[in-house]
Design a protein around this ligand. Structure first.
Ligand code: COA
Length: 172
């Protein structure tokens, strides 16, 4: 990779939307409005090369110890160059710096996320508040994405599950 990953700036919003919405047209991602990107611009990372935005990824904080990797997209002509995994690793590092150890994603790219250390979890283990955006999804309530999670402090499966249950219970 000859470009660099950096935090998004407001002028990147349209390029971010373009990357996401190209995949949304293919049914691989949910479309995002330009307003939602402006509103959440501080969540976004971008990969820039030769002045062009070729990849993006957002880290959204949900709870005391829970964040989501979302809106991950790499320009179709530039996939399989390590850009997507570098963006996710950057978002995970940001989560750790914030003191957040549990990061989840809802995705169709199970094998890609497995390579990064995520594991498949039961969607029911995620707190209800994460579904607030789903109400606007064309697929709601029949979500066919897979929920995956990584525990950055290296805790075991059972501990993660208990934590998730605690969040769920605390959410009611
Ligand atoms: C999924 C996506 C982000 C991957 O980005 P990328 O830059 O091509 O990924 P990388 O080059 O970093 O690949 C990392 C590894 O995952 C593998 N990989 C990449 N895409 C994969 C896929 N779709 N399925 C399985 N493995 C995949 C690569 O071969 C590579 O493996 P290696 O480390 O053994 O060589 C990109 O294809 C994309 O934008 N897809 C459409 C949007 C999307 O589905 N986003 C996810 C929403 S949560």
């Amino acid at each position: 990779m000859k470009g660099k990953i950096r935090k998004a700036r407001i002028k990147d919003a349209e390029a971010i939307q373009f990357l996401i919405n190209e995949y949304a047209k293919l049914g691989l991602m949910l479309p995002r409005t330009i307003h939602s990107i402006y509103e959440n611009i501080r969540d976004f990372w971008v990969y820039e090369e030769d002045g062009k935005i070729l990849g993006t990824c957002a880290l959204t904080v949900f709870w005391e110890n829970l964040a989501e990797v979302r809106s991950l997209a790499v320009s179709q002509e530039h996939t399989r160059r390590g850009i997507g995994s570098s963006l996710v690793k950057t978002a995970l590092k940001e989560a750790q710096e914030l003191g957040i150890n549990r990061v989840f994603t809802l995705t169709y790219q199970v094998d890609f996320f497995k390579k990064l250390g995520f594991r498949v979890i039961d969607k029911e283990l995620l707190p209800q508040k994460i579904w607030r955006d789903c109400i606007n999804c064309v697929k709601f309530p029949n979500c066919d994405e897979t929920a995956m999670e990584i525990n950055l402090d290296g805790e075991g499966e059972n501990e993660t599950g208990r934590t998730a249950e605690n969040h769920k219970a605390g959410d009611r």
